[in-house]
Each structure stands twice: as C-alpha cells, then as structure tokens.
Design a protein around this ligand. Structure first.
Ligand code: FUL
Ligand code: CA
Length: 638
C-alpha cells in the first residue's frame, strides 16, 4: 500500500469518528462518507480560504525572478525591513496567513543556518546577525496570523544538487525550519526542479527525476512528524496540489479529488471527479506580474477589481488563494500595493459581513431528520449541515426570504468531511410568481460563489441538486449584497530609470498586433507563427524621444497552455534616424520557457536612441507559435 492510500484510509476513519456522537435518544445517523475525504489537517486548511505569499530574497536586489546561484550574499541588504508592516498589508487584504520564501531556487537562505555559507549570516543585514524567518514568524505571531514557509527543492547554489548528499542537506534544512520557528500551517515545495545553475562553481545543467530523487513521501512524512498541522504543497503525496497555472484561475469545476498518480497539469486545474485521493488545489498568483519586487512593475499592480475577480475564480471555486505580495528593497510592501490590498480586503469584508439569508425559513423536499434540518444551512457553522435521507440524491432546498431581501452574491458550501457528494446543481429564484434559474454548475466543494449581474429581491430562492453520488450534505446556503472596492488610481512607475512605453509607437513588425507589446498589460499578447530560419520575428519601435537607452526588457506570455512559446534569444539594435542601425546586445534569455518572467537585458553601453529594433530567430521550446506580452526600456541609474 502506498503511503498515500494508507493516509487516505486513516483519514476516512478519522473523519467518520470525528462526527458528533449520536445522543442516547433516537437521532438519525450521519450519512456515510463518499469516496476520498480530507484528513483533519486538510479540512482545517480548507477553512483558511486565502493567505499571503511573500517572495523576498536576493532576487529582490538583483531584479531577477530566478537567481543563478552565484549571487554574492552581500547583495541582500534591506534598508528598512518591517515585518509588522508586511503583516499589516496581509491583514488589510483579508489574508489569513503568510508563507515566506525561506530559500528560493538560487539557494540563498534567509535564516542563519549552519548548513551553508550562502545565507544571511554573510550579508550586511544587521551585521550578519539578522534572521528574516524569525522576524517574520514573530510578527505573524504578534498579529495572530498563521505562518508558513516555502523552501525551494531546486538549489542552484549547492554543489551537490542532483546527488544524494543534497537531499540530506534539504532534509536538514527542513528540519531546522520545522523546529526553530514555532507552528507552521503550510510548507511549500516548488515544482520547478533542475536546469542550469552555479552548483558550487560547476556552472552546468543538471537534470533530475524529481519523484525518485527527493522521495517525496518521506519528505512529507518528515514535515508531518515535526509539524503535524502543516499542509504540504504540491507533489503527489502532499496535502495540497497546484492549480496548474500562475494566473489565479481555478477550473470550473475544480474538484478536490485526483487520481492516485503523479500530477498532470491539465487534470490539476479542474481536478478529477471521483478521483481516489483528496488532493485539493491551491491557487497561487502574484499581485504583480513577477513573484519578486521589481521597480519597473510598480505601475502594474493588479487593481482591486481584478483581485475581486481573482477571489471569485479561486476562493469562489472552492480552492484556497495564495496571493503573493512581494516586499521591495526596503523590505516593506510598497504603498500602492498596500492601498490596493486594503481596498480589496475592505470590499470582501463588507460583502461577506452579513448573511442576508439569516432569518429566512428553510425547508426541503427531503430531510434526513434530527440534526440535519434544512435550517443548518443558515447557522454560519461549516460543521453543521442539511442532509437528505440515504437514497435521495437530488433533493431541493428552498429559502423563504424575509421581504425586501436584496442580494447579488450566493455562497454554497458542501460538508467536505463526508466527501464530494454533489456533482451538479442549480440555483433558482422565484420572481413574479415564476421560478427562474440563476446559475447551474458542477461542483460545490469547499465553497461556490455565484455573482449575479445585478441585485434581485425574490420571495424565495432554492438549491436544486441535479446530480449527486450520495445524499447531499450542504453546510451553507448564504446570500450577500456585493460591496464594490474603492477604486485605487494606477500610478506611473516610481523607478526613474524605467521608460514609459505607452508613449512608444510600433514602426513595423513581422506580424499584426505588436501594439500589445506596449500597453503595459501582461494579459494582452503579441502572437505569431513560430520564427523559421530566414524568417525571424521582428519589431521596430519609435521611442518618441532619444533617451540614453541602457537596455530593454521582455515579458513573456504567462498563458502557458496556448501552444505558444517565448523567444529563445534576441538581437537588439538601436538607431537615431531609423535607417542606420547600431548593434546593442545579442544573446539568450535565461530560463525564459520555465520562469515565464520578465527578462531584463542591459546593453554593454548606454547610448542615445530614437528607435529600438528587436529580432527573434527562434522559439525557446518547440511550439507552433511565438508569444510576447510586453517590451520595456530603461536608462542608466543616475
Ligand atoms: C514557481 C517558481 O519558479 C517561481 O519563481 C515562484 O516561486 C512560484 C511561486 O513558483 O514555480
Ligand atoms: Ca451550517
């Protein structure tokens, strides 16, 4: 028996025995759990809904997304690190926990570990006496915020990466982190593993077979032994799975169950109905285009309206949202990000402050009896639920609302310790004497949020279960009136070296739509056929003025499942008149196909330029099309 199926079986027993004991008098028995069910640890995790991811490390100071591993620890030097301010930002955003990157792929450790020299002890921060993990953990504890850690398995600094000694090192790192910093609610293992790196000076590419190399079940067991509360992310055997993209979009439906086999990205987005194991999705996304702070992304922080949509497409589809809020080089959340988080958090708090269905009369076509009455969907308690008798899979539950109840948001929750029972459902409202269907979906799971286009005030609403594998167990049917977020005006970049590309013009391009490169919008993408020998992709831009151009940036498309790839390398040329061209830079983008993050290319020498021409000869990986989301330009720092 695999570790995992044993865990599932134990979990089933635990969940069943955790149900309220039957009182002496005749009380109807609880429904029997159906299929895979969450462990108590996973069930607690489902209650968290959304928390903060904090990417902060040496990359913050090198303007990279993936450090190579050869960075000097002296580069890590936050001037005003303020963990309480970071916690305050998370709280303002309504985030119910915080996960810090203790070590990213470059191997630099934010805690004073004895296991490597590549750590904060050798940085100028607090004269080498600092410990960012401790400071962050303490600030979370002061504010009552659960704390978690990210520890990249891939380590581009460590000489032994790819060999058994590194796995021992990784386990020793985990042991330090799981024993020194108090209780952890989540431990994050990144899926990105292997590729080129510094590796103690070898500077080579190292490939690994991750499941074999790490022996994940043993690593998960180590975390569970030291931190019984911590949910692990994301290999097979971990408590939580990846949602399959970094855009913040869970599938609709998004089942919390999966087959008992290694992760498949396509299945991960929607989960698999009836899958053998409980492996629910976490939706991770950054409030900015990158995971780490970059000054040239100050104007690209997602708006509060966009965050509400993210919330609906992640939390509202039963997954937990892990929203990244990267601190800047001071070690603080920038003001604009803070303002946006507050606006988003205020709107979510105000919207869900009062369940307008409270005071309604609930009745059902079928009810199981004592302890499972329809009114249980109104009590605000996720541990109590309405259930129909065994054998009644498609009952209806109706709420007679108090007159004048106006709402435009509906929230349903299924009681997950009994498994995923409902397959498909509809919600109707009685308007002008007739029933109108408001929504029909597959999957309720931890929660399902339905937002209407406009508020309605019907006399009655009802939930119709259309298809279920076992008698439904519904713990909530709630109604809310949406409060819109207070708009936060976008800012222009605060980095004086970053040029405003919205002022640039496309002069010529190898395919139409190149304006999408200059709109500061990562979601609008220039797509064309893959470049071929003799037929490169090319774009020429007019900068409108002739700044001392020191380099350019390129943002690839993050939409990884569209059959398009970013360019492999570049040739950059500049011109003052659009006729005579000077070479500026040529080379390959590092790790662009995997990191999918903005690449910043500095020219050997800054030069006055009116025009910039970029040529892309090849796609980074085999793909039918080439896709680029944005181009930027910068001048030298003064
Ligand atoms: C990815 C990493 O490669 C990114 O840098 C980031 O940490 C993200 C959360 O996971 O796989
Ligand atoms: Ca309830």
């Amino acid at each position: 028996m695999t570790e995992l199926s044993r865990r599932t079986l134990i979990a089933t027993g635990l969940a069943a025995s955790a149900l309220p004991a039957a009182p002496a008098l005749a009380r109807t028995a609880s429904p029997t759990p159906f299929g895979a069910v969450p462990t108590p640890r996973q069930w607690r995790w489902h209650g968290r809904e959304q928390y903060a991811f904090v990417h902060f490390s040496i990359n913050t100071f090198t303007d990279k997304e993936w450090g190579f591993g050869d960075e000097d620890p002296k580069l890590f030097d936050p001037s005003e690190f303020d963990p309480d301010q970071i916690v305050a930002a998370a709280k303002a955003g309504g985030l119910e926990g915080l996960i810090l990157t203790a070590k990213h792929h470059d191997g630099f450790c934010l805690w004073p570990t004895k296991l490597t020299e590549h750590c904060i002890r050798n940085s100028p921060y607090k004269g080498g006496k600092g410990d960012i993990v401790r400071e962050m953990a303490d600030a979370c504890r002061r504010a009552g915020l659960p704390f978690g850690l990210y520890l990249s398995p891939w380590d581009r600094n460590h000489a032994e990466y790819g060999r058994p000694a590194y796995v021992d090192y990784y386990r020793a790192q985990l042991t330090e982190l799981c024993t020194r910093y108090g209780r952890l609610f989540e431990v994050w293992f990144d899926g990105a593993n292997g590729g080129d790196g510094y590796y103690g000076g070898a500077r080579e590419a190292r490939k690994i077979d991750a499941p074999r190399y790490y022996d994940w079940p043993s690593i998960v067991a180590l975390v569970h032994k030291l931190q019984p509360d911590a949910c692990t992310f994301d290999p097979l055997g971990a408590d939580i799975r990846w949602v399959g993209n970094e855009d913040g979009v869970a599938g609709d439906p998004c089942w919390p169950t999966m087959p008992d086999k290694p992760y498949d990205q396509k299945e991960g987005n929607s989960g698999v109905r009836g899958g053998a194991i409980w492996w629910p999705a976490e939706t991770d996304v950054s409030i900015r285009p990158g995971w780490f702070y970059h000054a040239d992304e100050d104007s690209k922080v997602k708006s509060p309206e966009r965050l509400i949509r993210l919330y609906d497409e992640s939390v509202g589809r039963g997954t937990n949202l892990n929203l990244n809020i990267p601190p800047d080089r001071r070690g603080r959340i920038p003001d604009q990000d803070f303002r946006i988080l507050k606006s988003f958090g205020d709107a979510v708090r105000a919207t869900f402050a009062r369940d307008l269905a409270k005071g309604a009369v609930a009745h059902a076509s079928h009810s199981r009896g004592t302890g499972f009455a329809p009114a249980r969907v109104l009590d605000g308690n996720r541990e109590t639920y309405w259930a129909s008798p065994d054998g009644v899979a498609t009952p209806t539950l109706t709420l007679d609302l108090q007159p004048g109840t106006r709402f435009d948001v509906i929230r349903l929750r299924e009681y997950l310790p009994l498994g995923v029972r409902v397959t498909r459902f509809a919600v109707d409202a009685e308007i002008d004497g007739g029933w109108r269907t408001l929504a029909e979906h597959e999957c309720i799971s931890a929660q399902r949020i339905i937002r209407l286009d406009a508020p309605i005030a019907p006399r009655r609403v009802r939930l119709r279960v259309l298809e279920a594998r076992a008698c439904p167990a519904i713990s909530e049917f709630a109604l809310f009136h949406a409060v819109a977020p207070v708009p936060v005006p976008p800012i222009v970049s605060t980095d004086p070296t970053v040029l405003d590309v919205t002022k640039w013009k496309i002069v010529s391009a190898s395919a139409p739509g190149a304006e999408k490169l200059l709109d500061n919008e990562a979601a609008s993408i220039w797509v064309q056929a893959r470049p071929m020998p003799g037929a490169p992709a090319r774009v020429t831009m007019d900068l409108g003025a002739d700044p001392m151009l020191a380099g350019f940036s390129l943002t690839p498309s993050r939409q990884v499942m569209t059959g398009a790839a970013p360019p492999k390398g570049y040739v950059a040329e500049t011109s003052l008149d659009g006729t005579n061209w000077e070479p500026a830079a040529a080379g390959e983008f590092s790790n662009i196909a995997y990191a999918l993050s903005t690449q910043r290319i500095a020219f050997a020498t800054a030069r006055p330029a009116r025009f910039l021409r970029l040529t892309f000869a090849e796609a980074a990986v085999p793909a039918a099309r080439l896709a680029i989301a944005g181009i930027g330009g910068f001048i030298s720092p003064r």
